[in-house]
Design a protein around this ligand. Structure first.
Ligand code: E4P
Length: 217
């Protein structure tokens, strides 16, 4: 499963990229706001740092304007994936930009039927939002499983990009379900390394090592 980093914080992306933990990046208008940066400038900086897909989201709501914004974003770098919302205008935009050879990430997906439409519109990625479904007491993982089955039934090439990942358990479940990609905030990716038994074991090793009075270096 590929790991995308869900942030526009370049320092956090660099830290994960140096470890090989950032196969791509996803941003959205809220994350651009949080970064305090100009969208074109920060997207360019991220796309130069990360060879994999970097999602940048359009903000127009009508297809012609979305297409124009998407073309502008796509010009930033060859690894830009233009992010469009799962609306009818977003699907039109997806069709046009995909046919032009631009990667498209269709976002704000909350149903299997929406995912089916995105695949038929030629999306490179579909972004089902797990955490936001959990927020309203639905099981976001059921959606990932349904989309996996539908895409496999018809051999759709659209990659399932599990989004709105909030917990380390979401990551495990996505990997078990066969999501192609998951995108998570840096803190969730870093939390994957944590386990209380690792901390406890290390503490005991350090205590015992101190008693040996030895040094390696
Ligand atoms: C990614 O593409 C999404 O923008 C992001 O994962 C949304 O996450 P949130 O629901 O935690 O805001």
């Amino acid at each position: 499963m590929k790991f995308f980093v869900d942030t526009a914080d370049v320092d956090a992306i660099r830290e994960l990229a140096d470890l090989g933990m950032a196969d791509g990046v996803t941003t959205n208008p809220s994350l651009i706001l949080k970064s305090g940066r100009d969208i074109l400038e920060v997207t360019r900086e991220i796309a130069e740092m990360i060879p994999g897909p970097v999602s940048a989201e359009v903000v127009a709501l009508e297809a012609d304007a979305m297409i124009a914004e998407g073309r502008k974003l796509a010009k930033i770098a060859p690894n830009i994936a233009v992010k469009v919302p799962l609306t009818w205008d977003g699907l039109k935009t997806c069709r046009v930009l995909s046919d032009e050879g631009t990667m498209v990430n269709v976002t704000l997906c909350f149903s299997a039927n929406q995912a089916l439409l995105a695949a038929k519109a030629g999306a490179t990625f579909i972004s089902p939002f797990i955490g936001r479904l959990d927020d309203i007491n639905l099981d976001g993982m059921d959606l990932i499983r349904d989309i996996r089955e539908i895409y496999d039934n018809y051999n759709f090439k659209t990659e399932i990009l599990a989004a709105s990942i909030r917990t380390v358990n979401h990551v495990t479940q996505c990997a078990l379900t066969g999501a192609d990609v998951m995108t998570a905030p840096p803190n969730v990716i870093k939390a994957l390394a944590s386990h209380p038994l690792t901390d406890k074991g290390l503490e005991q090793f350090m205590k015992d090592w101190a008693k040996t009075g030895q040094k390696i270096l």
